[in-house]
Design a protein around this ligand. Structure first.
Ligand SMILES: [Zn+2]
Length: 449
């Protein structure tokens, strides 16, 4: 650990151990009593015998389906029906909303539904009504914009809450109204089946099986802590000097993408050649997404495997990548350079990085602490002098007070680690995220084309 003295290291180890025990204990209490009371339990804990801690884990297992042409057509139809129901219900609600009528409840919509469609799995259709219901709630609670109509061909998917049967030994799954279909069985599915989502990406259909199971709370095999600084030039720099370079999957494919776009503009719309190029472009996009996905998993796996405590900067990525153009009333500044930065930020997938780190740490029994990013790039790790002048170039850190020099990203990571330790030392309990037991569905940022 560059820049950390061994005494500080020891204190950190003790703290990490303590907070991990405390954390596991709190989690257990939370599950048992649904109350979390923080500090008084700390002392209590050390005088008690060991518990066998356990927690519920929700996990999704995703496989590609092996389908015949007829089965593919059926899935297209099911997804289309779900979209149809969603859009029709939304149109109905919108009409009532504009007339000043009261919104129909979910049960009310279900009654209407029976008259609409019969040949698709009714469970799946009801699930799309539930999705609409949630979209409405999010709108009324000011968490989201007004629900929008679903477009054909974009994000084809539907969810089945029941009626699905699984035959792992023969790698097949029973889907209502479709029958038994085979899937690429790459791993065992653990736990009890909750629900199943069928989705399409390019020409392939996937099944994602959500399960629930009891697991004992793990204790992290390592007791070290690490600070992580994310950036544009390097994807992530660790406080021990490890560097994960940026893949920039999007940037390297940008030229190819632009060339294809140019080709496309010369073709007649909806012609055979036009369709061929559209397919090529979307293939390229999914390739980019796969590269990034893979890289993120590798990076977060390496970090979470080796360190019990991971400190990261609490970056507000949403604000950072806000539209650079601004509005008509308040036009944005430095539009061009900012939009380039936005592209770079979205390309890195920091949000996904943090999400993966959090759930992977949680599953291993480690923790993630997010610290305020203020002055992490300007503080000297040797003498604590804070000065903007400490960082004269983007990549080099040189303290104006004591002359300490190091790579700027490593200095950032060391400062993040220290801020994390400080938070632990203050006795602040670490927040257990809303759904840390779960591996939430991936949020893929729309590619900036
Ligand atoms: Zn200094």
């Amino acid at each position: 650990m560059a820049g950390m003295d061994s005494a500080g290291d020891k204190v950190a180890h003790v703290l990490v151990k303590r907070i991990l025990l405390l954390n596991a204990h709190l989690l257990h209490l939370k599950m048992r009593n649904n109350i979390v009371s923080s500090r008084s339990y700390v002392i209590d804990f050390f005088h008690r015998p060991k518990y066998i801690l356990s927690m519920k884990r929700l996990q999704a297992f995703k496989f590609e389906l092996k389908l015949s042409a007829g089965e593919k057509r059926n899935l297209f139809r099911f997804a289309g029906s779900c979209r149809f129901v969603y859009n029709k219900a939304l149109a109905l609600q919108k009409e009532r909303y504009e007339k000043g009528d009261k919104k129909l409840t979910y049960a009310g919509l279900c009654k209407e539904l029976t008259a609409w469609l019969k040949s698709s799995p009714s469970q799946a259709l009801q699930q799309s009504l539930k999705d609409l219901e949630r979209a409405y709630q999010n709108f009324f609670l000011k968490r989201a914009d007004f629900p929008r109509f679903k477009k054909r061909g974009a994000r084809d998917s539907f969810r089945l809450p029941q009626g699905v049967k699984l035959d792992q030994a023969n790698s097949r799954i029973f889907i209502p109204k479709l029958g038994w279909v085979r899937y690429r069985n790459s791993r065992d599915i653990l736990g009890e089946l909750c629900n199943v989502t069928i989705s399409r990406s390019q020409n392939k259909w996937f099944v994602s099986i959500q399960t629930e199971r009891e697991v004992s709370s793990p204790t992290h095999s390592s007791i070290t802590s690490i600070g992580v600084d994310v950036g544009i030039a390097q994807f992530a720099t660790l406080s021990d000097g490890t560097i994960f370079p940026a893949v920039n999957s999007f940037k390297s494919h940008q030229k190819k993408c632009a060339a294809l776009q140019r080709h496309l503009s010369k073709k007649k719309k909806f012609s055979k050649n036009w369709k061929r190029i559209v397919f090529k472009i979307s293939n390229l996009h999914s390739k980019i997404a796969n590269i990034r996905h893979n890289y993120l998993h590798q990076t977060t796996h390496a970090i979470s495997k080796n360190h019990a405590l991971v400190c990261v900067e609490d970056l507000q990525i949403k604000n950072m990548s806000k539209s650079a153009c601004g509005t008509v009333a308040i036009p944005g500044k430095k539009v061009k350079s900012k939009s380039g930065l936005n592209k770079a930020i979205l390309d890195q997938g920091w949000y996904e990085f943090r999400r993966q780190l959090e759930y992977k740490q949680h599953w291993r029994g480690g923790i993630v602490i997010a610290v305020s990013p203020h002055y992490t790039s300007q503080t000297c790790p040797e003498c604590n002098h804070v000065d903007a002048l400490n960082r004269q170039t983007q990549s080099q850190f040189a303290c104006v007070e004591c002359g300490y020099r190091n790579n700027a990203d490593i200095v950032g990571a060391i400062n993040i680690l220290r801020a994390g330790h400080a938070r632990l030392a203050c006795g602040e309990t670490v927040q257990l995220g809303r759904s840390m037991n779960q591996e939430p569905t991936e949020i893929l940022h729309a590619l900036v084309a």
